[in-house]
Ligand binder design. Structure first.
Ligand SMILES: Cc1ncc(COP(=O)(O)O)c(C=O)c1O
Length: 447
């Protein structure tokens, strides 16, 4: 009785499964058989019953240095006690400057101005708005068209779903942004199946941008946004020469090139950014996820200095770019970001990701002859195994593989019938081999 009274005095309701509306999850099925995680440490999640699940996907591609790492935990605890929040507008705090400079130092070329926000979706919207504003202030306001790519995932804001190329994420939400074109997907099973690393076929598809330019005229096109490696739609690796060609065409026509590195940023492909691994420098890089090791939401846009400089005009007391979030550069997120960069550097985890990439490649490609495997792709420390759909039930086999993986103690990711793996960079070689072996068992079990 006493405890009931005190609960109601605090306004608490009994716990139930109904109120929480889960994102990107079949809510009714989930609530019939909830899947809960209670704890995580290093390479493992633990269920409330204490069962360990090996993390084959770094959470959602974000916990690259492993879970609940002491230095990151200590940094956010310290920061919460020192400066819990500072207004993002008209104020700043030292950690925001420090994190921006540290990120700028990791980025390629002259990409050294960093705008903070809280997620990949916000970072994408931020980058698109910067591109539009940049052209506007230079007297090229007619450059308003944006170009994305089929099968691209750029989060769930209206900007992101407009330039994104996932039909299911777009079709319920009206006309989206106007003036958006899409490059064709670079994926072709016929020409690329079972390629290790970047496929030779497909570089020519960048020339589709020439077609879009010819159709609309370059003077109407603001920016092209692509993920260097498409992660969410199943580790679709850029064909040799493709991004170089996009870069050439954008430069020729004064179109800004934006790389969405929300998944690839901070080491996933064995370099700080995919831009460096691939030797192609965009005008803006979008990041989020691994920037804080997934501990606290933080995203942002790393912008070429000339774009920032172009926007620094007008009366000095006037706000140059009318955009920002209450939590832009949040002190605790910045503390987490700084501690994450320290861990990555101290443990040489980006170098380690590059070394482990070869182990992952060998391990996943050994699954080629397992039941229902139709393709295997890999790039850096990311890999995907594509399965033939069950007759008349697209997505069922992927879902079964995911569920069976959890039963077998392995966290995988699935998008329709594609299984993705993105191990934390602290994985041992043995753990990566075990992940692939465990997946082999899963594929045989659900055959
Ligand atoms: C390439 C890319 N861009 C944007 C996003 C959206 O990020 P968020 O879920 O943090 O909004 C994601 C998320 O997976 C992503 O992979």
């Amino acid at each position: 009785m006493a405890s009931k009274r005190s609960e109601s005095a605090l306004g608490r309701q009994p716990n139930d499964l109904e109120s929480y509306w889960l994102p990107f999850t079949p809510n009714r099925a989930f609530k019939r058989a909830p899947r809960l995680l209670a704890r995580a440490k290093d390479m493992h999640y633990f269920t409330p019953e204490g069962r360990a699940v090996l993390d084959g996907t770094a959470g959602l591609w974000c916990s690259n240095a492993g879970h609940s790492r002491d230095p990151i935990v200590a940094a956010i605890q310290r920061q919460a006690g020192e400066l819990d929040y500072s207004p993002a507008f008209q104020f700043a705090h030292p950690q925001a400057f420090e994190l921006a400079s540290r990120i700028a130092a990791l980025a390629p070329g002259d990409l050294n101005r960093v705008f903070f926000c809280n997620s990949g979706s916000e970072a994408v919207d931020t980058a698109l708005k910067i591109a539009l504003a940049y052209h506007n202030v230079r007297g090229e306001g007619a450059r308003s068209r944006l170009v994305g790519r089929e099968r691209g995932y750029h989060g769930v804001g209206f900007g992101g779903i407009s330039v994104g190329g996932i039909v299911a994420n777009r079709k319920y939400f009206g006309s989206l942004l106007t003036g958006v074109d899409h490059l064709p997907s670079t994926y072709s099973r016929e020409h690329q199946a079972f390629t290790k690393g970047d496929p030779d076929w497909g570089g020519h598809l960048a020339d589709e941008l020439e077609r879009i330019v010819a159709l609309h005229d370059a003077s109407t096109i603001a920016a092209v946004i692509v993920e260097p490696m498409q992660g969410s739609t199943g580790v679709i690796v850029p064909p040799v020469g493709y991004l170089e060609r996009l870069r050439e065409i954008c430069t020729r026509y004064g179109i800004l090139l934006i790389f969405d590195e929300v998944i690839t940023g901070f080491g996933r492909v064995g370099a700080n950014f995919a831009a460096q691994r691939l030797g192609v420098t965009p005008d803006i890089i979008v990041f989020a996820k691994a920037a804080t090791n997934g501990v606290i939401p933080l995203g942002g846009a790393i912008v070429d200095r000339r774009i920032y400089d172009a926007l620094m005009r007008g009366p000095e007391q006037a706000i140059e770019f009318l955009h920002g979030y209450t939590y832009s550069g949040h002190p605790i997120a910045c503390a987490a970001g700084l501690a994450t960069l320290d861990v990555l550097a101290r443990e040489n985890l980006v170098g380690r990701a590059a070394q482990l990439a070869q182990v992952l490649e060998n391990a996943v490609h050994s699954l080629r002859d397992e039941p229902n495997v139709s393709d295997i792709r890999n790039f850096g420390l990311a890999a995907a195994v594509e399965l033939r759909p069950r007759e008349g039930q697209p997505g069922a086999r992927g879902r079964e593989a995911f569920a069976r993986g959890i039963e077998a103690g392995l966290l995988l990711r699935f998008t329709a019938d594609t299984i993705a793996m993105a191990p934390p960079f602290i994985s041992s070689e043995e753990e990566i081999v075990n992940m692939a072996e465990s997946l082999r068992g899963v594929l045989r079990h659900i055959a």
